[in-house]
Design a protein around this ligand. Structure first.
Ligand code: ADP
Ligand code: MG
Length: 699
């Protein structure tokens, strides 16, 4: 019997030669036997559950059927050749189809003999079929009964014989033919308290489930393990930061804050804004560096919160910087902040790529002497030439556009200490996810919109109603409204993208003719200045319709624009749709978002459009998005790594997330350095995980 340790290289396993080992490593990162055991199924098929043919409807996906093949024939010739079999049970019949491997499949099919077929139901016109089903005669069905794991694989692994079945085979080999004992990762007392299986048993059951109950228990155990370690890691990261980074203490709230609050604030703060301002005030006065994420849906009023935070910095003799991801956004911030700072007699400057060299030396000098209190700009702020007298607070808008490295560069702009950092994001993420994603940050949430907002009415329209939509838009324009008209980004080809947009623009120009209607166009190939120019024209009301790709940036604010039309809305992700919709609904008038789509909708696309129509609540949208896509795709690549869960599912494992968090807190409270004997394994496990992840990327 083969005895192994979890660190044994995969090629020592029977059935895995050097070639397969190499492919497993390059394709899935599997190098050791432990890695292999942590390659989990993405779904399970309960093959003991039989369907009858008349139960199949258009929602059915995978089925196992029992019956007889009554007819076999080859249809077509050459590349179009396919093998078709008629399969019958007592309730009806269905077609089985093969396009490849006909030569060896055909002789294996036995007519009029009871057999089971397993596969995915396809629907063509109004009849159902199964393409490339697995067929087994009764004698060998015993083996396939029960729950079977289906593993993710790749094209390349498929070619090497490691499709789901192939992977199942080597895992089965490992689990059944070798002595198998893994070191514990969870202390005994915790395993008992949380009612977990042993690690060894959990891994066995998750791959070769004895029954559904044990499978669930095994999954629970492994999710617990994964999330518990994540929580330990996040908690120690946070603790480390708090200890390491002493910060400036902004102890007073003074003249600037009070004057603005009492005399210039144009509205009463919402309850959520008040709460968040308080959280920030407390944090700034604490003596440790603030590193806070301010999260709030589009339009929730983050800007005024950041303004008040800046005023606290000024009151304590510090300067502040605001960094936005694009020039358009930075300019817009500058315009809206400038007025407030002017009222208070604070010098506020703008700096971006377009700032002429001639103006720069003055800007730099005034920052250095402290004459300028606040600077607003783009990445340009990061440049070494930008030096401050006493930078105390950095505000970063729409953080997901900035890399972490860029954040760090701004931090280093005060030699006396680390400036406080407030990151504002409109990407609504559920709170548990935010905590998990930004474990090293504190999170403040504005979960309330200013009063009197009219929710945007969202309507889904199919192509056939296009004329009606045109009519509606004309009415809106006649009432003085403006319209965004967005075409999808076709990722594969910038050129296609552009053609698509231009075709749309031409078609619209025929319907909305000059001189009655003015249409502007904006796309990714244009220079920043030209984009800004188009945007400016639109915001001044000189164009009625702005046709564009998704380059209309998050955060752009044109209150008079009250209609958003999105073409091929089925091609957009939920968060993109929500962000786009956030461009309207900013004024006093009723706003509309019209989602145009073709008839052919995948079920995911349908859910996306239905979600948009059903709710304007960013958190609900985000939750739906999370459920549809899984968390890995939510934030773009920068956070991947921390979200590469092997088995946990952030969208649905809320209960385990909070449970593991409280266990992790208890453990660290009791034993902060993990020095107790029973926690030794935790320390080792953490070290191992740290080595595996490139934490440099996220902290
Ligand atoms: P975002 O969170 O998207 O950055 P903004 O800060 O731009 O939102 O605020 C959106 C609009 O709501 C702005 O016009 C702002 O003046 C207004 N606003 C913000 N807070 C309030 C409030 N408490 N009451 C009324 N209007 C508000
Ligand atoms: Mg904003």
């Amino acid at each position: 019997m083969f005895v192994f340790s979890q660190d044994t290289a995969i090629n020592y396993l029977k059935g895995v030669g050097p070639e397969k080992a190499k492919a497993l490593s390059s394709e899935l990162g599997i190098q050791t036997l432990e890695d292999l055991l942590y390659h989990f199924a993405y779904r399970y098929v309960d093959r003991s559950k039989l369907f009858s043919i008349n139960q199949i409807n258009h929602q059915t996906s995978f089925v196992t059927l029992e019956g007889k093949i009554t007819q076999i024939q080859e249809i077509g010739t050459g590349r179009k050749k396919r093998l078709s079999a008629t399969f019958q049970d007592q309730t009806g019949q269905i077609e089985l189809i093969w396009f490849a491997g006909i030569k060896w499949i055909k002789p294996s099919l036995k007519l009029h003999t009871t057999c089971q077929v397993y596969g995915k139901i396809n629907r063509f016109k109004n009849s159902f079929s199964i393409t490339h089903p697995e067929v087994s005669t009764q004698q060998n069905t015993q083996k396939v009964k029960g729950i079977q794991a289906i593993y993710p694989s790749t094209e390349k692994l498929n070619k090497k014989g490691l499709n789901s079945k192939g992977i199942e085979k080597i895992i089965t080999e490992l689990l059944t033919k070798s002595r198998f004992n893994l070191p514990q990762t969870i202390p005994d007392y915790l395993q008992k308290q949380a009612k977990l299986l042993s690690r060894t048993q959990a891994l066995k059951e998750v791959h070769l489930p004895s029954n559904p109950t044990l499978l669930k228990h095994a999954q629970y155990t492994l999710k617990f393990e994964e999330l518990f370690y994540l929580q330990l890691q996040l908690l120690s990261l946070k603790k480390g930061r708090k200890q390491k980074f002493k910060g400036f203490t902004f102890e007073k709230v003074g003249h600037y804050f009070n004057t603005y609050y009492k005399e210039h604030l144009p509205f009463e703060l919402t309850g959520a804004q008040k709460r968040v301002v308080k959280e920030i005030r407390t944090d700034l006065g604490r003596g440790t560096q603030m590193s806070r994420l301010l999260q709030g849906d589009v339009g929730s009023g983050k800007t005024v919160v950041s303004l008040l935070s800046i005023l606290i910095a000024l009151d304590n003799g510090f300067q502040a910087a605001i960094m936005a991801p694009t020039e358009i956004l930075a300019k817009q911030h500058f315009q809206s902040f400038k007025q407030s700072f002017d009222q208070l007699g604070v010098d506020c400057t703008f700096l971006a790529g377009s700032t002429p060299q001639g103006k720069r030396s003055d800007i730099f000098a005034n920052l250095k002497t402290g004459k300028t209190g606040v600077i607003i700009g783009t990445h340009a702020l990061i440049e070494p030439k930008v030096q401050f007298k006493n930078l105390g607070l950095v505000i970063i808008d729409e953080q997901h556009k900035f890399g972490v490295a860029q954040r760090a560069k701004l931090w280093s702009k005060n030699k006396k200490g680390l400036p406080h950092v407030l990151i504002m994001t409109a990407t609504p993420i559920p709170r548990t996810l935010a905590m998990t994603l930004y474990g090293d940050l504190d999170v403040s949430v504005i979960d309330e919109l200013p009063p009197g907002r009219k929710p945007v009415k969202t309507i889904h329209q199919y192509e056939k109603n296009r004329l009606k939509v045109f009519g509606f838009i004309k009415e809106q324009i006649a009432q003085g409204r403006q319209v965004y008209w967005v075409y999808p980004l076709i990722e594969e080809s910038e050129k296609l993208d552009y053609n698509n947009l231009m075709q749309g623009y031409e078609a619209l120009s025929q319907v909305f003719e000059l001189p009655h209607y003015k249409i502007g166009v904006m796309h990714g190939r244009m220079k920043a200045q030209d984009k800004a120019f188009e945007m400016q024209k639109f915001s001044e009301g000189k164009t009625d319709i702005l046709v564009s790709t998704t380059v209309i940036e998050v955060g752009v604010n044109v209150p008079n624009a009250s209609v958003m039309v999105i073409e091929n809305a089925e091609k957009f992700g939920l968060s993109a749709l929500h962000q786009l919709r956030g461009r309207v609904g900013r004024g006093a008038k009723q706003s509309f978002c019209i989602l145009m789509s073709s008839y052919k909708l995948s079920s995911d696309a349908k859910t996306r459009l239905e979600t948009m129509v059903a709710t304007t609540d960013g958190f609900k949208v985000a939750q739906a998005d999370l459920t549809l896509r899984g968390p890995g795709n939510l934030m773009g690549t920068q956070q991947s790594g921390i979200l590469d869960f092997k088995i946990a599912d952030i969208a649905s494992d809320h209960a385990i997330i909070s449970l593991t968090k409280s266990y992790a807190e208890k453990v660290l409270e009791d034993d902060p350095e993990l020095q107790k004997q029973e926690h030794f394994m935790l320390r080792e496990g953490l070290e191992k995980r740290k080595a595996q992840q490139s934490w440099a990327n996220i902290s």
